[in-house]
Design a protein around this ligand. Structure first.
Ligand SMILES: Cc1cc2nc3c(=O)[nH]c(=O)nc-3n(C[C@H](O)[C@H](O)[C@H](O)COP(=O)(O)O)c2cc1C
Ligand SMILES: Cc1ncc(COP(=O)(O)O)c(C=O)c1O
Length: 226
């Protein structure tokens, strides 16, 4: 497909006035998104590039959940596994997100990599990871993170920070040595994607967007207007 050659000199002053700063302009060197790509492979490729350039947490993603009646809420979680089965994160299942997922398994994920000027949107429903997977991931976390997961009633009101610190101390005394058992309410969810949208910034907001929407065992692939 031929690329649109946007020549600044052909644009009206009103368009160039609102154009991004020069620092934001190495933008049309990117090829257009390859619609023949497999969305999981493309995700992996973009993540690898983000890992090289993000200041921290390239695996941070917005997780949007909603109540049964569709009231949304969003927060960041870390992606801890990605393959053809889906996208995995770990959390306290009694947290606000956990309670919403219990009512409504449909979620949206959003990656935004400023350094790459890219975003990826993913939508689908969650299923719990297996207890074995959750055990293995829990065991890989640092000791204090594991103690914290036991001590924290995530998203519940905390009257006083010292109450949490006291609990943490008690948990530490209960488990002076490893292993620390994974709490029954700390586990992972796998988002099985029904929809991917890859977005690449281009100059003058003439971005490139490509969608993979699941259709049975296949994907319907389309470009979107920016
Ligand atoms: C960079 C970053 C990564 C985070 N990763 C996680 C995570 O993987 N799991 C988690 O439960 N909370 C994570 N949090 C905290 C959540 O954003 C949130 O505060 C917490 O899960 C409670 O959300 P909830 O009340 O909506 O359930 C992270 C926060 C940030 C800023
Ligand atoms: C409360 C909480 N749980 C889980 C995580 C996931 O990361 P990790 O397992 O690497 O601690 C984070 C990361 O910030 C977090 O804040």
């Amino acid at each position: 497909m031929p690329q649109l050659d946007v020549n600044e000199h052909e644009l009206s002053p009103s368009m160039t006035e609102t154009s991004p700063s020069p620092a934001a302009l190495p933008l049309d060197s990117q090829p257009l998104i390859d619609l023949a790509a497999n969305p999981f492979t493309l995700f992996e490729a973009w993540m690898k590039e983000a890992e090289k350039t993000e200041v921290n947490d390239p695996n941070a993603m917005v997780l949007a959940t909603a109540t049964r009646d569709g009231r949304p809420s969003a927060r960041i979680v870390l992606l801890k596994g990605a393959d053809h089965r889906g996208f995995v994160f770990y959390t306290n299942t009694h947290s606000r997100k956990g309670r919403e997922l219990e009512e409504n398994p449909h979620v949206a994920l959003l990656f935004h990599w400023k350094s790459q000027r890219r975003q990826i949107r993913i939508e689908g429903a969650v299923t719990p990871v297996t207890p074995e997977e959750a055990d293995a991931y829990f065991a890989s976390r640092s000791r204090v993170s594991r103690l914290g997961a036991v001590a924290s009633d995530q998203s519940r009101p905390l009257a006083d920070r010292s109450a949490f610190e006291e609990r943490l101390k008690q948990v530490e005394e209960t488990y002076p040595q490893d292993p620390i058992p994974r709490p029954a309410n700390w586990s992972g969810y796998r988002v099985n994607p029904e929809y991917f949208e890859f977005w690449q910034e281009r100059r003058f907001r003439l971005h490139d967007r490509a969608v993979w929407a699941r259709n049975g065992n296949d994907w319907d692939v389309t470009r979107l207007y920016p």
